[in-house]
Ligand binder design. Structure first.
Ligand code: ATP
Length: 585
């Protein structure tokens, strides 16, 4: 092992054993034999004893540091020791709440492995998109540790009378901030009320009935004001792990009143208030190499494809994840990459043409059928060479092994999302790269990231572009050629545009993707609106980035009417201001 690797291991793993943390020996065997975990990570070593002791805990640790086992292991430890032995008829003892369906399945899978030798403890999950009646039947039989997404859980709490949860002892919020950001604040409050686990004077019937002292846990790599509020109403004298507790107390005291729902509403009215509270450094994996690439809008697509080609040709086996802002953008790029054949030679005959990227391409987004989402999720885990195109549905918590590079083709918006997206690589001490695409008009975003201690260096784009052979040889490029006039970029752009215009289906996908992309761009809120300004966009260049020769007219009209409306509003505001000023004098 080289020195650097040894250092990383020291930063990730604790120098103790799982047994020394107080976990039952059979569980430690399971961790070793089933999951291959020899020693606990630092966060596990810190959190497990505290959770075993029954304390409420708020854990804030970098992505990929093993938070899942940090909460699952102590729960299993306690449940396996109950005498008489628990069985299904006791209902649910622990509830794990997660923001997405994929994360729900992932936590369930780990749970399933850990429970291999504890067959009397039954794992289960309920989540949106699944068959309700089948879930009801499973709940009726009894699930000891239940993993759930909030909406579907609330549905069962209200409508599945056979769902027994009077023995509930643990509630865990994994990726707590994301659950709230997705707008589940009201659901969470209702869930806490129904389960009698709310800590602000409300004592639900269930808490009175329960034989067990409740223990709630909150975990995420990033925390924000809403989590402070959730912590305030759901945790009793919590232990903070990986966290500056002065900051939490300060922030919590700002929010003494109000519900989770009201915080969500407040954010919409005053986004900057939430932004300012989330300043401060994020925990990013030390071994992650973070870069940005500055690309003029019209060349974005060519540059993305070129960088992917470069990555996959350089290393035969690797996984890359590209994040997009919308489902339509994922669909368009997925179809394009699955079909686009091209050879950079003069004669474009069928024989010399080949698929532009020779790797398996997958897509993942919230508009896909549940079955397809599940298949993709499974396949990405097992494939050695794969490209995943995804929306933020894959940004949180998902643990795809051996992801080498994360490309953020569309900006993540909030810095927290940046942290979680890049967190899909460089997990548990592994090496990893990330690349953020920015247009020249968006580079102020780098300063926003810097405020959170996130520092990026520039990607050597021209060097990569210069390395591609055109017409059989590497072109001699003038030294200071710009990206958009680079011969490789011009040639590939032309080929992409011809391909898309020749295929009506592709053209439709491109037009839809263009429309949603512009809509998503206008949806940036608060401070981010200043860095991602719609009025600075050149829509003709945006169209080029979807390989469209012309800007789709429909969107042009609606966009123009939107910008006319904006101008009208600004004018009206200006007049109001003037009126106020003249009223003063
Ligand atoms: N003690 C350990 N030894 C070896 N591998 C481990 C250990 N604990 C966890 N892992 C592995 O580390 C990876 C990251 O774990 P996990 O997904 O729990 O991280 P996380 O902190 O929850 O990340 P995120 O914040 O992205 O959700 C997983 O592949 C997991 O199997």
């Amino acid at each position: 092992m080289n020195n650097k690797k040894k250092e990383t291991v020291k930063e990730i793993f604790a120098s103790c054993s799982f047994t020394s943390l107080g976990l039952h020996s059979t569980l430690c065997d399971q961790l070793r034999e089933r999951l291959g975990f020899e020693a606990p990570t630092l966060v596990q070593a810190e959190a497990i004893p505290v959770i075993l002791a029954g304390r409420h805990v708020l854990v804030n640790a970098a992505t990929g540091t093993g938070k899942t086992v940090a909460y699952l292991a102590p729960i299993i430890h306690h449940l396996q020791s109950y005498t008489p032995r628990i069985d299904r008829s006791y209902g649910t003892f622990a509830l794990v709440l997660v923001p997405t369906r994929e994360l729900c399945l992932q936590v369930f899978e780990i749970l399933h492995k850990l429970l291999h030798r504890f067959h009397w403890i039954v794992p289960g999950y309920v989540m949106g998109g699944e068959n309700r009646s089948k879930e009801k039947a499973r709940l009726r039989k009894g699930i000891s540790i239940l993993v759930a997404t909030p909406g579907r859980l609330l549905d069962h709490l209200k409508n599945t009378t056979a769902f027994l949860h009077t023995n509930l002892r643990w509630i865990i919020f994994d990726e707590a901030d994301r659950i709230l950001e997705l707008g589940f604040g009201k659901e969470i409050e209702e869930i806490l009320d129904i389960l009698g686990s709310r800590n602000d004077g409300f004592v639900g019937k269930e808490k009175e009935d329960s034989n067990f002292k409740r223990q709630n846990l909150l975990l995420s790599a990033t925390l924000n004001e809403k989590v402070n509020n959730l912590a305030r109403i759901s945790l009793e004298e919590p232990v903070m792990i990986g966290l500056d507790d002065k900051k939490v107390q300060q922030d919590a005291s700002h929010e003494q009143s109000g519900s989770l729902g009201s915080v969500v509403d407040k954010e919409l009215e005053h986004p900057s208030a939430v932004m300012s509270s989330s300043s401060g450094d994020y925990n990013l994996p030390a071994q992650l190499v973070q870069k940005y690439v500055k690309v003029p809008c019209g060349s974005r697509l060519v540059v993305l494809l070129s960088i992917l080609k470069h990555l996959f040709e350089r290393e035969a086996s690797q996984k890359v994840v590209v994040f997009f802002s919308t489902c339509d953008a994922v669909d368009f790029h997925y179809s394009l990459l699955s079909k686009f054949q091209w050879s950079p030679y003069a004669q474009q005959d069928a024989e010399t043409k080949q698929l532009f990227l020779r790797c398996k391409t997958f897509r993942l987004h919230g508009n896909m059928k549940q079955e397809d989402r599940r298949t993709t999720f499974g396949a990405i885990k097992t494939e050695k060479l794969a490209l995943l195109l995804s929306t933020d549905v894959a940004a949180r918590g998902l643990d795809f092994p051996k992801v080498k590079c994360i490309i953020q083709y569309d900006s993540p918006g909030e810095a927290t999302e940046y942290v979680h997206r890049v967190g899909r690589t460089a997990r548990l001490g592994e090496r990893g790269d990330s690349l953020l695409f920015l247009q020249p008009i968006e580079v102020d975003y780098l300063q926003d990231l810097e405020k959170h201690g996130v520092l990026l260096t520039e990607y050597p784009l021209l060097k990569v572009l210069d390395g591609f052979p055109l017409y059989g040889h590497v072109p001699r490029v003038k030294k200071f050629v710009s990206t958009e006039s680079h011969p490789w970029v011009l040639t590939l752009q032309k080929a992409l545009e011809s391909f898309v215009s020749a295929e009506p289906k592709m053209k439709k996908l491109a037009q839809n993707a263009f429309c949603s992309w512009v809509r998503a761009y206008t949806a940036h809120r608060g401070e981010l609106k200043r860095m991602f300004m719609v009025k600075k966009l050149h829509l003709g260049h945006v169209a080029k980035s979807f390989a469209l020769k012309e800007q789709p007219s429909l969107v042009g009209k609606s966009f123009q009417s939107q910008s006319k409306k904006r101008k009208r509003d600004q004018k009206q505001k200006g007049q109001q201001k003037k009126r106020k000023v003249s009223g003063k004098t």
